[in-house]
Ligand binder design. Structure first.
Ligand code: SF4
Length: 266
């Protein structure tokens, strides 16, 4: 019996399918619950603080002190909110977690001067349909540059990729450029990744070629997902992702068994 298709593809789902088709299936199709991840929680916390900084302060007010105030406000909102309240952090671990988020906020100021950012939107949800595929994604920040052209910014709170992975990570940002062009009718003049850990900025200019390549790659992944659903054939691909995977219980590559899937999954 065929498995149902996922409702949409996003950059993270495309990466997830490429990293391990079985993990993709268990998350995107079977929708098995996954425990809250400290890494994701820190990303959400820092994104929220920077979002508050952009919206609540005018140019001159976007200082490090203001950003740290926003971070302090965001801490209970995110860490005690419904998504991450289950994170197993004792008081000392929580203080260490927040201190590290503070480092990332301070590093942000080494990458750009927020007083110059002409922000149009943050955490923008965009989606578009291409044939049977719905593409969706959330743009961290959309702004205007000095020439009045659109710029997409993506904040990264994990380690910057090695040169080997840099282009594949930029592929995710080209995905947002494609979405932006489809939904808003304008191609961004530039897309940038701000890696807050190093800190390191990586920038790229979308072109006809990059947009066409992104579209072809995404449609190829979608065709592979459709085929895997039709054949009910999502294979495990053991690798670095196993260390972060919540599905060992069901994965035959690490001693689990798909027969343990709860009734109704898939
Ligand atoms: S444990 Fe590894 S191989 Fe198995 S589903 Fe997870 S990521 Fe894939």
């Amino acid at each position: 019996m065929a498995l149902p298709l996922p409702t949409s593809l996003s950059p993270s789902k495309v990466s997830s399918f490429k990293d391990c088709a079985l993990a993709f299936r268990l998350s995107a199709i079977d929708r098995l619950p996954e425990p809250p991840s400290p890494h994701a929680a820190k990303g959400t916390l820092v994104h929220r603080a920077l979002e508050l900084l952009m919206w609540e302060e005018d140019g001159a007010g976007r200082t490090i002190d203001a950003a740290l105030d926003k971070l302090a406000r965001a801490v209970p909102e995110i860490l005690d909110g419904p998504e991450y309240a289950g994170l197993p952090l004792d008081a000392a671990e929580r203080a260490e977690f927040v201190a590290d988020a503070e480092v990332l906020i301070r590093n942000y100021f080494a990458l750009e001067d927020p007083r110059t950012v002409r922000v149009l939107g943050t955490e923008l949800r965009l989606s578009v349909e291409i044939g049977t595929l719905r593409l969706s994604g959330i743009i961290d920040r959309l702004e205007l540059d000095a020439a009045g052209d659109l710029v997409i910014t993506d904040y990264k709170t994990g380690r910057a990729p090695s040169v080997h992975f840099e282009q594949s990570r930029l592929g995710g940002v080209h995905f947002y450029a494609f979405l932006c062009e489809q939904v808003l009718g304008r191609r961004p003049a530039r897309i940038q990744l701000l890696h807050l850990r190093e800190p390191l900025a990586i920038s790229s200019v979308p072109s006809d070629q990059s947009i066409r390549g992104l579209r072809q790659q995404t449609l190829a992944v979608w065709a592979a997902v459709e085929q895997a659903c039709a054949r009910e054939d999502f294979r495990p691909k053991p690798g670095w992702a196993c260390g972060y995977c919540a599905f060992h219980e069901y994965c035959p590559a690490v001693g689990g068994n798909l027969d343990r899937l709860p009734a109704g999954a898939g």
